[in-house]
Design a protein around this ligand. Structure first.
Ligand code: MRU
Length: 356
């Protein structure tokens, strides 16, 4: 997708380093950063220079390439794989990508290991681009249907950033929106700010602006009244882990939006690539929910009057703060799952039909 008219992906390999866009600096600064070691990759995932389920999976895959560059040794590779998996616990794509890489790399002691690793990491990225493109085409049909009935701008609410910045290209929740826009269907996006890290305001709105898609940032508490006023035609969000039961784990606050959508009979869709399905965990209570540093809530980053990025404290010093990063939306509140293989019910049967 485009930044100032130039096409970018979110991660690529060049001159033996991994290039990423530092998302902690967006929207104020567009900085491309080099990751040179597996530690750089782990740190980048932890501090969320890269974030979003598919992108952290791809970064972990490239992290293993960097590990081999540093020290072509099986025990170093194994420890690196474990450290990568533990760097962010909730998004299943991270473990999925590391397991897929390790299947190819475990026990390989020849010089070929680097080529094998690089090829697999690149394939993970290419595959994700195709997944996201297909999600876009499948979701486009739903937007088109709404437009054909309404004959007016389709208003779509989204939470967090499940855009191209969270994937390699296109995004998951945003891909149907980009496809609709390209087809000439008028769309407008309500962008949940998404406290505490403001991925909606900082990333989703930013990338939609760059693609010239009309959008409006709203405080996280505003979606409900917009739904009651008939100003939301549908919701599309992403997910960090979807269970085979159709329960959806996504950025904190997703559940509340799904409840409001349900109460107002507004379709609530979740867009996901097959790499985000967890076929093992059956009970959503077993999903590891990441708890992050309280400073993400109690402090805010922004530009001061001289244009410098500043961090300021906004809470009483003595207050206790809890920062849970994800919640689970039960399948019963999800109208459908928009996947790379088609749209299905958020249920065991629905998913099994598509992913036998
Ligand atoms: O904490 P983040 O910014 O990594 O959370 C991202 C989300 O919750 C996204 O909705 C999810 O990863 C899907 S990305 C296509």
């Amino acid at each position: 997708m485009k930044i100032e008219g130039k096409e970018y992906r979110t991660i690529w390999f060049e001159n033996n380093v991994v290039k990423i866009i530092d998302q902690t600096k967006l929207p104020h600064q567009f900085i491309i950063k080099d990751l040179k070691t597996v530690k750089d990759a782990i740190n980048s995932i932890k501090i969320m220079e890269v974030r979003g389920a598919p992108l952290i999976g791809a970064t972990a895959a490239y992290g293993l390439v960097l590990a081999i560059f540093e020290n072509n040794d099986q025990s170093f590779l194994k420890t690196s794989a474990e450290d990568l998996i533990n760097s962010r616990p909730t998004a299943i794509n991270l473990k999925w990508a590391v397991d897929r890489m390790m299947k190819k790399l475990s026990g390989v002691n020849s010089d070929k290991i680097l080529d094998i690793a690089l090829k697999e990491a690149k394939e993970i990225c290419e595959e994700d681009v195709k997944f996201c493109q297909n999600i876009g085409l499948n979701g486009l049909k739903i937007i088109e249907e709404i437009y054909n009935k309404k004959k007016d701008t389709v208003n779509i609410l989204t939470h967090c950033n499940a855009g191209w910045l969270a994937t390699i290209n296109w995004g998951t929740a945003t891909s149907p929106i980009y496809h609709a826009h390209k087809k000439g269907i008028p769309v407008h996006v309500w962008v949940d700010e998404t406290r505490p890290r403001n991925q909606g305001a900082n990333l989703t709105s930013y990338e939609l602006n760059e693609e010239e898609i009309p959008n409006t940032i709203i405080a996280d508490n505003t979606g409900g009244i917009l739904m009651q006023r008939g100003e939301v035609d549908m919701c599309i969000v992403g997910t960090d882990r979807t269970l085979s039961t159709g329960d959806v784990c996504n950025k904190i606050g997703t559940y509340l939006k799904a409840l409001a959508a349900h109460d107002n009979n507004i379709p609530f869709y979740v867009a996901l690539p097959s790499s985000t399905i967890d076929w093992n965990i059956k009970d959503s209570k077993d999903i590891p929910i990441e708890e992050r540093n309280s400073k993400e809530l109690s402090h805010l980053n922004g530009l001061d009057e001289s244009g410098n990025i500043k961090k300021i404290a906004i809470y009483p010093k003595k207050s206790k703060v809890l920062n849970l990063a994800f919640d689970v939306t039960p399948a019963k509140y999800v109208t459908g799952l928009i996947t790379d293989k088609g749209v299905c019910d958020a249920s065991k049967e629905g998913l099994q039909k598509l992913f036998k």
